[in-house]
Design a binder for this molecule. Structure first.
Ligand code: TXA
Ligand code: MG
Length: 347
């Protein structure tokens, strides 16, 4: 299959190009598109055959459910069988944006879309290209992150091209993602609501609107490995894993840096090519590659998936990464890093 790569300016959306992409979705084929979180791999979410193509293109396990993307609230009602008061509050406050809500599903949503579950995840993105595409397709668009299953989520069209060239019909290049981390996922069918995946809409943001929020075990610090029986099936698979072995070093800043120096010596001593992910631009490690992601959680989050891919491209064997505190957006960054890590060292 020939994959067409087209560029669209998010500040001046070319509706002719969007119509072309919307027609591909309507025909049951696949289009990757930008959102404010990461790039998505879209298909008509109500067409079981089209959704099946997503699982094939990504190599994704079939019990891992997809998010349906809508551009208007009217599109939500036919997809769900119940909307709680809490869900209404969250939608008022955070739609459109980087928040996904899980509802009880209606009959029109195919089971393949929801990984066999009786719930459905729904998000209204704010990215103008994503919204125009959904409008043009005229259907809810099922879209996981547009990476091969197990790879870091794509935050540029080039990342999508690396993973999906020859597997899908079209990639829309709308520039780098703003947030760089996938949306916050919240289950509104439980009381209180449950945070299933942390993201740009933080725990404090949620609490300020609805009061109580329970944390799924994967969201609690250091417990990513415990997840077996998952409410969000996506969480049980090893994610975001680059080819290199990632070692995450958490703790107080100076102690972390000392540990990194010690580990560099150890791994270079046995002939490994080593890369370091640091928050400090002026850090100078005696190492093959150093990538700075920035000190604040927004910058770290925006850059981390790109940096993991770049370190793989450089062919490093070991990636040593600094961590962040589990507060605010740091919770989301650390959730992704812990999933990518083969080893976590706390100093
Ligand atoms: O930011 C995002 O959410 C991006 C963009 C493209 O919108 N999409 C994304 O999709 O990250 P994906 O498929 O990579 O992650 C969806 C997550 C998975 O962890 C999945 O298990 C969970 O949402 N999920 C989907 N439907 C669910 C449901 N019915 N119940 C619980 N979790 C669900
Ligand atoms: Mg994903």
């Amino acid at each position: 299959m020939q994959t067409e790569l087209i560029k669209i300016d998010p500040d001046n959306v070319d509706l002719g190009k969007i119509r072309q992409a919307g027609d591909i979705i309507k025909s049951g084929a696949l289009v990757a598109f930008p959102t404010e979180t990461v790039y998505g791999l879209g298909a008509n979410g109500l067409d079981a055959d089209a959704v099946a193509r997503i699982f094939v293109a990504k190599g994704r396990p079939s019990d891992n459910p997809l998010i349906l993307h809508i551009s208007k609230l009217e599109q939500l009602y036919p997809l769900v069988s119940e909307i709680t008061e809490t869900a209404k509050l969250l939608m008022e406050k955070f739609f459109p944006g980087p928040l996904t809500l899980v509802f009880k599903k209606s009959k029109i949503v195919p089971l393949i879309t929801t990984g066999g579950m009786d719930t459905v995840a729904i998000r209204m993105p704010s990215n103008p290209i994503a919204r125009a595409l959904i409008d043009s397709a005229g259907v809810p668009i099922a879209a996981p992150s547009a990476n091969l299953s197990g790879k870091p989520s794509p935050t540029t069209a080039e990342h999508v091209f690396q993973d999906m060239d020859g597997r899908i019909d079209m990639i829309i290049d709308g520039g780098p993602s703003d947030v760089g981390l996938e949306s916050t996922v919240v289950d509104t069918t439980t009381n209180p609501i449950t945070l299933l995946r942390p993201g740009k809409v933080t725990l404090d943001d949620l609490r300020s609107v609805v009061g109580a929020v329970s944390l799924h075990t994967v969201v609690r610090k250091g417990s990513s490995e415990e997840m077996v029986e998952a409410r969000s099936p996506g969480m049980k698979y090893r994610h975001y894993a680059p080819n290199a072995k990632v070692i995450l070093i958490e703790g107080q800043y100076n102690a972390v840096n000392l540990k990194i120096v010690e580990l560099i010596e150890k791994y270079r001593g046995v002939g490994c090519k080593v890369g370091v992910i640091t928050t400090d631009e002026s850090s100078e490690f005696d190492v093959d590659v150093t990538k700075c992601v920035g000190r604040d959680a927004s910058a770290f989050g925006r850059n981390i998936f790109r940096v993991l891919r770049e370190l793989d491209d450089e062919g490093v064997d070991i990636i040593l990464s600094e961590g962040l505190e589990d507060i605010g957006l740091g919770l989301a960054v650390m959730n992704r890093l812990r999933k990518a890590a083969s080893e976590i060292i706390v100093v």
